[in-house]
Design a protein around this ligand. Structure first.
Ligand code: SF4
Length: 280
């Protein structure tokens, strides 16, 4: 067997190479990862693998392709399925192609070590690519050694990445906690919105909300439907008058909800209301 092992990074390769060697299989490491961005991250992972493969004396081939533009063009229309639809196929196709052209009989990938990857999709894509290029796919469920490999990589002081590779995975990895904070905030906003609706007693009032990230404040943009407000004004004052609208709106709000501050946006019927939770 002559195995070309697609390798995504040094830490993931640790367990895969160790366990293959224990089986008596000597892989050739194959770096082809146009999915790792930005460039300094790509370089850090590649350079770590260059050093690691030298240290453990394994043959390694580095296929340079940063590929940012092609990657973005190909995933942007279906971000949810980008791993299976583009990222796995593009890497494993190149691996299978290179294997065929250079006399390898088998391909595999270190991606199979990660519990964070779509393991079933990887198997399917790898099988298809192997078939397409008339080589064999060597399947191993390397996931059993994920922790062991990561621990060894840490001990060795290898560079450990904090996200899968693309900027979208970086967003999920580093931005998730902010997203969940935002979800909590949005929920609080919804509660406030409901209070405001009840206080105003105008169920068909259109209320849009946005956040500025400040936990102490929740800002709302009210898009007050003219006819709703007009009806209110007419009920109280008997007629609709654009000129007195601003004053009346203030009065209207103050009467109905005390802890609302109004900021006018020129002549529009849009108002930014600032609600402070600590106010009485
Ligand atoms: S999350 Fe990882 S596997 Fe999926 S597209 Fe991004 S880099 Fe590729």
């Amino acid at each position: 067997m002559k195995l070309l092992l697609h390798t995504c990074c040094a830490p993931c390769s640790v367990y895969c190479i160790d366990s293959l060697r224990k089986e008596g299989i000597e892989p050739t490491v194959y770096w082809f990862n146009p999915n790792i961005h930005p460039y300094m991250e790509y370089k850090a992972r590649r350079d770590t693998l260059i050093q690691y493969t030298k240290d453990i004396n394994v043959e390694a081939i580095f296929e340079e392709n940063y590929g940012l533009r092609d990657f973005c063009k190909n995933v942007i229309n279906d971000l949810e399925n980008r791993c299976k639809q583009y990222c796995y196929p593009v890497r494993l196709e190149q691996t299978a192609k290179y294997a065929k052209e250079n006399g390898y009989t088998h391909i595999s990938t270190t991606l199979l070590v990660s519990p964070h990857q779509n393991h079933e999709a990887l198997i399917e894509v790898a099988r298809n690519m192997a078939k397409k290029y008339d080589v064999e796919f060597l399947y191993r469920d390397f996931r059993i050694g994920f922790r062991e490999g990561q621990a060894k990589a840490r001990e060795l002081g290898l560079y450990m990445q904090k996200y899968c590779g693309c900027v979208f995975s970086e967003e999920s990895s580093n931005y998730d906690h902010i997203i969940s904070e935002q979800k909590v905030q949005l929920l609080k906003n919804k509660i406030t919105e409901r209070k405001i609706r009840l206080a105003l007693d105008v169920p068909n009032l259109e209320l849009k909300q946005y956040q500025n990230g400040n936990k102490e404040q929740i800002k709302f943009i009210y898009d007050l439907k003219k006819e709703v407000y007009q009806k209110y004004v007419e009920n109280i004052y008997g007629e609709w008058n654009e000129e007195i609208q601003k004053k009346l709106f203030d009065k209207f709000m103050k009467e109905n909800l005390k802890n609302i501050e109004l900021i006018y946006l020129k002549d529009k019927l849009v108002r930014i209301l600032q609600w402070k939770r600590n106010r009485g």
